[in-house]
Design a protein around this ligand. Sequence first.
Ligand SMILES: [Zn+2]
Length: 385
Amino acid sequence: MAQVVGTLAGPLPDLERVLGRVRGPQPGPTVIGVGGLHGNEPAGVLALVRVLEELGRRAGEVSGEFVGLAGNRAALAEGRRYLGRDLNRSWTPAGLAAAGEAGVNGTSEDPEQVEFHSALTEIMLEARGPVYLLDLHTTSGPGEPFSTVMDSLRSRKFALGIPVPLIVGLGELVEGTLLGYMAKLGVPGMVFEGGKHDDPSSVDASEAGIWLALAQAGIIAGDAFPEVRESRDRLSTETKDLPRALELKYRHPISEGEGFKMLPGFRSFQRVGEAEILARDRMGPVRAPWGGRLLMPLYQAQGEDGFFLIKEFHPSWLRVSEFLRRAQVDRIVHWLPGIRRESEGRGMVVNRRMARWFALEILHLLGYRKEVDQGDRLVVLKQVE
Ligand SMILES: [Zn+2]
């Protein structure tokens, strides 16, 4: 087990890539916990270390393996989101190849990504069962913990083991995430957002998320570890007034030089009205395009997402969608006007001029997500279930 010196209040220097691993005597699933893919988010690292230490004392009761990985070590050492580029935005085959070519001559994130990737590959090769990804993050603004998934059935099931709001639709709005990369490899996973970066309760919430994820994956028996029940109580109490299922509907992208500044006082899950002023930039006020709930208002200098808007949906839709996917209704969805199968591959092409407005909603229910958006022509791709 690596010694971690540092607190939430300051940077975390000299981290080992592998924070620790607990391999049980019995084979079983592998959960890969990642903390600090963003260097100003140390809470996940601290929570991983807590659980690794406790679980290490009871390794005999573990079936499978739990590994904790540090994300952007160079940025964690400086307490910044990233030094050269965001380490959670280039997890694509092209991004990985570029990082490998750049090596030590590129930004410090290039060797970080290469090294992280080889640690990841090694763990997956040594796995004795299914692999799950638990990617721990925190936010610059305040708000309750939540989870997000790439919306495969297995990812959903994994995430629903943690009683916090589940947000789907992330993959369509944010490209190149580690979560998306692993989903394409068929590895179910979730991002767990523990709360505000510097709030000590974010470490506690992240720790609770880890215990519940380990139980949900089947690495530990929920009734043998009191931490599992305590974690469930803690998180359900903290999020009891929030909807169980929501969809990301809108992202406000920002770029350097725009002078984006969120107005003070907003928090995740807060309701905002249509046209409400949320922020200001060089062009003037930035308004909510419609009424809904706010997610992740940006209160830090680095980042490309000003804020997100989310809409709740009834959790029974998750069951409807599971039924439709299991029944493989997508085999006939191209009978709908304006939808045809791609000549090769797993995709569908939607002609927006012909397709009814609900075509994309139906495809979402069936497990398809937007891949290429060319205005009138939209290509959607089936998630690996
Ligand atoms: Zn983050």
